[in-house]
Design a protein around this ligand. Structure first.
Ligand SMILES: [Zn+2]
Length: 281
């Protein structure tokens, strides 16, 4: 699904709607309210925070996703990323004078992986329930980025994930600049990897980042950017850029979580002050 065409959809409404099907089982699924499975908060700054993999709420009667050999199949949740996104948003509101748009998946990745194309995101039968929720999640992101573009002219979406491959690192995913095409065109590549870039600011705070900011070692190799940043970034037009942030497990322990959220907010604020619109257009 390419929600770009659905950017004018009403906030929180599924892009495609849900026509009742014949089977009673499917009808039951179609009655789910997507807002029971997605938390949304409107923003007042040109930043969207989303966490697609932090939820654990199961949809009754819906099949668990099956591995049919698709690439990057995963059903494990990105631990504490929903909480991290909430705390990040709260700290950002303090630092930047208003809350970011916040879109948090509460559904479980066992049933819906929002960061995959729709064909790989959920398993039939019982498609209606997951489809309605999946479409609503992406419609919410599309509506948020559209509103930012309309009000401020440009902005950024931060897609929050967790990884344990490199537990002591933050990993950036922009499809090697593709999902931040507008930002780089407007402000140069320093906006992606310079000292006032989001990851540059994280490095200044002492966080190991991948790719590193050293010249010659700047290619994204791991977690290079998934469906969310590909769909809602500026790769195919528009001026809202998208950055996938894969946070190492060492920074997501119960004890460490708030410091991580605070530091990520501080780094985002450094980036925002240099590279995001400071007032509505
Ligand atoms: Zn993830």
């Amino acid at each position: 699904m390419r929600p770009r065409s659905s950017r004018t959809e009403k906030r929180g409404r599924p892009a495609g709607g849900a026509a009742p099907r014949l089977a009673p089982f499917a009808r039951v699924q179609a009655e789910v309210d997507p807002l029971d499975y997605i938390s949304t908060t409107p923003g007042r700054i040109p930043v969207v925070i989303t966490a697609p993999h932090g939820g654990n709420k199961l949809i009754p009667g819906v099949a668990v996703r099956e591995n049919r050999g698709q690439m990057f199949f995963e059903t494990i949740r990105d631990l504490r990323t929903a909480e991290l996104a909430e705390r990040l948003a709260a700290h950002l509101a303090t630092l930047l004078g208003g809350p970011p748009y916040l879109v948090i998946a509460r559904f479980d990745r066992q049933q819906i992986d929002a960061n995959r194309p729709s064909a790989d995101a959920y398993t039939a039968p019982g498609n209606d329930g997951p489809k309605v929720i999946y479409d609503a999640y992406h419609a919410e992101l599309a509506a948020s980025t559209a509103e930012i573009e309309r009000i401020w002219g440009a902005g950024v979406l931060l897609d929050i994930h967790g990884q344990a491959l490199l537990p002591g690192r933050f990993i950036r995913g922009t499809r090697n600049g593709e999902t931040v095409k507008s930002l780089v065109a407007r402000r140069g590549v320093a906006a992606l990897n310079g000292p006032k870039s989001l990851f540059g600011a994280l490095a200044e705070l002492g966080y190991p980042i991948t790719p590193s900011s050293d010249a010659g070692n700047r290619k994204e190799l791991h977690f290079t950017g998934g469906h969310n940043v590909d769909t809602h970034g500026s790769g195919e037009g528009g001026h809202v850029d998208a950055i996938q942030i894969e946070i190492g497990s060492r920074f997501r322990t119960v004890e460490r979580l708030d410091r991580t959220a605070r530091d990520l907010a501080a780094a985002t604020a450094v980036f925002a002050k240099d590279y995001l619109p400071q007032k509505p257009k």
